[in-house]
Ligand binder design. Structure first.
Ligand code: AR6
Length: 182
């Protein structure tokens, strides 16, 4: 299922983020930009060493923010390294920090000229964020900011059928008032 908000189509697919043919893919990175497992490991493995070389030059990224590198050998042009919050029970600003990671990713990608972007489920793996809550925040944030930033497509790429189902439900649940899809 897809929905379009003010010219920006939001789609959910099951797949591997490294294989997406979009202008920008988003990495679920850590604040040190040091690489790791999950999405981060897959992106650096498939993209080759130039991405880590750029990350070292940048040096780090605050939680809730995002930075851009090239995409090395990946089909995308840009990798946007977003740092989501570590889940610590929900009373440590996790929701705002997760929304900010999505919004910052969209802004950084748009500044690089991206019109299509693919996101993984940031913070819901090693960082432990409950998936349904994270999906609702991801959808609400993207629906309200992607149109004004000129995106044509925002694709959520989920690694399992169970995660896909959660994100499809969150997409169905986005209220028109949450979106800037005016
Ligand atoms: N494509 C799409 N989704 C994936 C892929 C893939 N290739 N691989 C895993 N997932 P995580 P986080 C899913 O742990 O929670 C790293 O070590 C996975 O099933 O990658 O933000 C970093 O270096 C899960 O649903 O990101 C950080 O230290 C989701 O992507 C830390 O983990 C996110 O899981 C970041 O943790």
């Amino acid at each position: 299922m897809n929905r379009t908000f003010g010219g920006a189509t939001i789609a959910c697919v099951r797949g591997d983020i490294t294989e997406q043919q979009v202008d920008a893919i988003v990495n679920a990175a850590n604040a040190q930009l040091a690489g790791g497992g999950g999405v981060d490991g897959a992106i650096h493995r498939a993209g080759g060493p130039s991405i880590m070389a750029e990350c070292r030059t940048i040096g780090g990224c605050l939680t809730g923010q995002a930075v851009r590198t090239g995409a090395g050998d990946l089909p995308a042009e840009h990798v946007i390294h977003a740092v989501g919050p570590i889940w610590r029970g929900g009373e440590h600003d996790e929701a705002d920090l997760l929304a900010s990671a999505y919004e910052s990713s969209l802004k950084v990608a748009a500044e690089s000229g991206a019109r299509t972007i693919a996101f993984p489920s940031i913070s819901t793996g090693a960082y432990g964020y409950p998936k349904a809550n994270a999906a609702a925040i991801a959808m609400g944030t993207v629906a309200s900011h992607a149109p004004e930033l000129g995106f044509r497509e925002v694709r959520f790429v989920l690694f399992s059928d169970a995660d896909l189902k959660v994100y499809l439900q969150a997409l169905a649940d986005v209220a028109p008032s949450e979106a800037s899809g005016r």
